[in-house]
Design a protein around this ligand. Structure first.
Ligand SMILES: O=C(O)C(=O)C[C@H](O)[C@H](O)CO
Ligand SMILES: [Mg+2]
Length: 402
């Protein structure tokens, strides 16, 4: 069996997606996601100029060897561009293998470990009152877990505050828009949101919060401690994780569960956090961390330390990643939760899929493969449009983490 072609498809049905379609001499094809929010074209070039020529003629069944070939063979390892390109190839090959076997992908991984996948949605508001209402709307839709983000008085567009209710898009401008940040104000305000949420809705639902890399380790510890009475499911990305040691300090001061890893590319980004039990949930995902082949290794390492998965699932991850993640989540023994930011109807139409939402859970389908396709004719109607995530600056102009 041979790979006969591999094509990169760029489309923008409301936001940009990069998709790899691998075709074979047996008529079976596979689809992989290679989207890197705001840096899409770098991955397009990496794939078209440097990966696709190597793939032609290879046996698509040898996904492990092809993974090693692309990782070791490049000499230059890791990084978001490389690992997204590898992820796209890897997922397309798993898709092909599952289609050849006539099985849904989760069967190839080890079968079903659960009936469905608990997801969390994003509730946003300009202030506490608005966010409390937004959380109520998610509860009414049947969600069991909700991430709550609020605007902070005196801070321009604090992280997570969007314009839409069910759908919003953070990468919102042709050049990065400017937002503000003030840690002191956020530290005073955010705990009040969770106090109000528990007062209003009780303790039956899981609540989550994303710090989006904004706090120093000491400030993060203060926030975690202040949130303890409200029993969060997790506090995410509360400080940047390049320095994995920083989490020791946070851990010593709070029992609020910690989640990290949506920007991780490989097991090496997570290794110390996992082995020192400094986190509770690992957020690495299929497209970000080298595909199923590599994410499986991260999840297995995490399982030794009772750390559970919580795959990133924002709108910049295409339905191909979402569909594949749901097969992974259905199998992975140490599953925790799956993020679910809904795509627009335009995006869903370009990527026909068989996963479905029902009362706070997502269910993968039973079609052979990962169950997500691309309608190329429709995709061609939405040309690439530059779109960037915002940047954040402090009041005095200092560049901060968005
Ligand atoms: O979904 C999340 O938790 C995020 O933090 C979303 C990210 O900002 C987004 O995916 C960046 O591309
Ligand atoms: Mg996040």
């Amino acid at each position: 069996m041979k790979i006969t072609s591999a094509r990169v498809i760029v489309t923008c049905p409301g936001r940009n997606f990069v998709t790899l379609k691998i075709e074979t001499d047996q008529g079976v094809y596979g689809i992989g996601d290679a989207t890197l929010n705001g840096r899409e074209k770098a991955v397009v070039s990496y794939l078209e100029d440097h990966v696709v020529p190597c793939l032609i003629g290879m046996d698509p069944r040898n996904s492990e060897d092809i993974w090693q070939y692309l990782y070791r063979g490049a000499y230059w390892r890791r990084g978001p561009v490389t690992m997204r390109a590898i992820a796209a190839v890897d997922v397309a090959l798993w898709d092909i293998k599952a289609k050849m076997a006539g099985m849904p992908l989760y069967q190839l991984l080890g079968g079903r470990s659960r009936d469905g996948v608990m997801v969390y949605g994003h509730a946003n508001g300009g202030d506490i009152a608005e966010t409390v209402d937004a959380v109520g709307a998610y509860i009414d839709m049947g969600y069991k877990a909700i991430r709550a983000q609020t605007g902070v008085p005196g801070v321009k567009d604090a992280y997570g505050v969007g314009r839409g209710k069910l759908y919003y898009e953070p990468a919102d401008a042709a050049l990065p828009s400017l937002t503000g940040w003030d840690t002191r104000k956020a530290l005073n305000y955010v705990p009040k949101l969770f106090e109000k949420l528990r007062e209003t809705y009780g303790f039956d639902h899981h609540l989550l919060h994303d710090g989006h890399h904004r706090y120093s380790p000491t400030e993060a510890a203060q926030l975690g401690k202040a949130l303890e009475p409200y029993s969060l499911f997790w506090l995410e990305d509360v400080t940047p994780a390049e320095n994995q040691e920083a989490f020791k300090l946070i851990r010593q001061h709070t029992t609020t569960p910690l989640a990290v890893g949506e920007i991780f590319n490989t097991i090496w980004d997570a290794k110390d956090l996992i082995q020192n039990q400094l986190i509770d949930y690992i957020r690495a995902t299929i497209v970000g961390a080298g595909g199923l082949t590599h994410l499986r290794r991260i999840a297995d390492l995490a399982s030794l330390y009772q750390i559970r998965t919580g795959c990133h699932g924002a709108t910049d991850l295409s339905p191909v990643t979402m569909g594949t993640a749901l097969h992974f989540d259905t199998w992975v023994p140490n599953f925790g939760i799956q993020e679910y930011m809904r795509h627009t109807a335009e995006t869903d139409a370009v990527f026909p899929h068989d996963y479905r939402f029902d009362r706070g859970m997502l269910y993968c389908g039973e079609a052979p493969g990962h169950g997500v396709d691309i309608d190329e004719q429709l995709a061609a109607k939405y040309p690439y449009k530059p779109a960037y995530l915002p940047v954040a600056r402090l009041e005095d102009g200092t560049m901060w983490n968005w």
